[in-house]
Design a protein around this ligand. Structure first.
Ligand code: AMP
Length: 429
């Protein structure tokens, strides 16, 4: 029978790789909690209408990439991103009435029916955060600075922060008209996709990677000229805070990004260009001051970002530190099995990661497996040890071997491992 395979663009993460995933997730969780964010968990499935309203009907995500399905009389969609769900939850639970400023973070899978390639998948994981109730620009700068620090901790080479201001709805409408006016006489030279976008979503033409579109927009008006005084002041302040924090960034007046809900501050962080090439955007974020109200909530300003975990993992030079286990108990002979289970349990009660080799078998094969697991200590229980209430303790790193009194073993092993800071509680983030 032909074996079944995973769905195209949806990947397994096997235990050998999970160590690096967990390390990046721990660094993220620590970073955001140091900044006052609390974790929120929203469903993977939401009403289709939520994404259509939030992300925008004419965006690539909504037009082409959503996994939507009918269930009874509802149209539902696997979430392509998490901001829409977070805003829905914020409104639904009336959070604004309880707290003037809300800082939430999340991590989890997202689903987009894109053409899979390196760094682009159909199920992928994002970590992200949202701030509700603060119109910035102080928190905008803090968020960008936090992300620069996060990528630094992950040892991502070549980090580049790009910022822009999209202005408010009015500035964007004025700019949109000017862009359409500029591009309409040049429409024939645009790609077919952009010719279509000229009516629906002209700002997206600025995002196009197609050479014809890039040539056509080279001399096009830029957004900065259309910002009103309030937008300009917001952006200038953001820049001065970033300067004061010493966070390197550059202004990219053509940065627009794919989702419709953004206003004012917009940013993107790239890195590890050699490894990721054109897909080197690691983090995308921005302000969405009207989205909460657009989804039926109060008028509450907000800002957020999302980072792709797979891309962070390709970009990061951090290695997994975790070994599979610290200690392995080897029962030699059937009579030793219960004592091995007991000893392993006693070690775990000290916080030591420990396995008993419950297969039994020869000392040689059990030792081979303990080595493969990366254990530092093996504890051998043979016939004579059992009879004498002793354990043979082999330190695989220090290449030493001693017989010890059974009752003292958990403490002694703990002391050794702590000296090498290798228990589960002392692992680095
Ligand atoms: P977005 O939600 O489109 O603003 O994307 C934010 C970040 O999520 C990007 O910078 C990527 O790191 C990541 N990302 C977006 N789409 C994908 C995808 N299809 N596969 C992997 N990562 C993605």
């Amino acid at each position: 029978m032909t074996p079944l395979r995973a769905v195209k663009g949806m990947n397994d993460v096997l235990p050998d790789e999970v160590g690096r995933w967990q390390r990046v997730e721990r660094v993220f969780a620590r970073t955001v909690s140091l900044h006052g964010f609390r974790e929120v968990r929203t469903p993977y499935v939401e009403p289709t209408a939520l994404f259509v309203r939030a992300i925008g009907e004419t965006t690539d995500v909504v037009e082409k990439e959503m996994y939507s399905f009918e269930h009874h009389d509802d149209s539902l969609t696997l979430r392509p991103e998490a901001t829409a769900g977070a805003v829905r939850a914020y409104v639904e639970h009336g959070v604004q009435a309880r707290e003037p400023v809300t800082r939430w973070w999340y991590a989890g899978p997202m689903f987009r029916a894109e053409r899979p390639q390196r760094g682009r998948y159909r199920q992928f994981y994002q970590v992200g955060a949202e701030i509700f109730g603060d119109e910035g620009p102080g928190c905008d700068a803090e968020l960008i600075d936090m992300l620069a620090g996060f990528l630094g901790e992950l040892a991502v080479p070549g980090v580049e922060v790009l910022v822009n201001s999209l202005g408010g709805a009015e500035a964007r409408a004025r700019y949109r008209d000017a862009l359409v006016e500029y591009l309409t006489p040049r429409a024939a030279s645009l790609s077919a996709e952009s010719q279509r976008r000229l009516q629906g979503n002209p700002l997206r033409i600025l995002d196009s990677k197609d050479e014809r579109d890039r040539t056509a927009v080279r001399e096009a008006p830029t957004l900065d000229a259309f910002l009103d005084a309030g937008d300009k002041e917001h952006f200038e302040k953001l820049r001065s805070h970033l300067d004061a924090l010493g966070t390197p960034y550059s202004v990219d007046t053509r940065l627009v990004r794919g989702l419709d809900y953004y206003s004012r501050t917009l940013f993107e962080i790239k890195g590890a260009h050699e490894k990721l090439g054109a897909g080197s955007t690691l983090v995308g974020g921005g302000r969405y001051d009207s989205l909460v109200a657009d989804l039926g909530g109060p008028k509450v300003p907000a800002i957020g970002f999302a980072a792709g975990l797979e891309r962070l993992l390709i970009a990061s030079e951090l290695q997994a530190t975790a070994r599979a286990t610290d200690a392995v108990v080897l029962p030699i002979g059937a009579a030793a099995m219960s004592s091995a289970l007991l000893l392993a349990r006693d070690l775990r009660r000290e916080g030591i990661r420990c396995e008993a080799d419950t297969r039994g078998g020869s000392l040689k094969s059990q030792l081979r497996r303990a080595n493969a697991l990366g254990a530092r200590v093996v504890l051998i229980l043979g016939e004579s040890e059992l009879a004498e209430g002793m354990v043979q303790v082999k330190d695989l790193d220090a290449h030493t071997e001693e017989r010890m009194v059974r009752a003292q073993v958990p403490r002694i092993v703990l002391d050794r491992l702590s000296a090498a800071s290798r228990t589960i509680d002392s692992e680095p983030p």
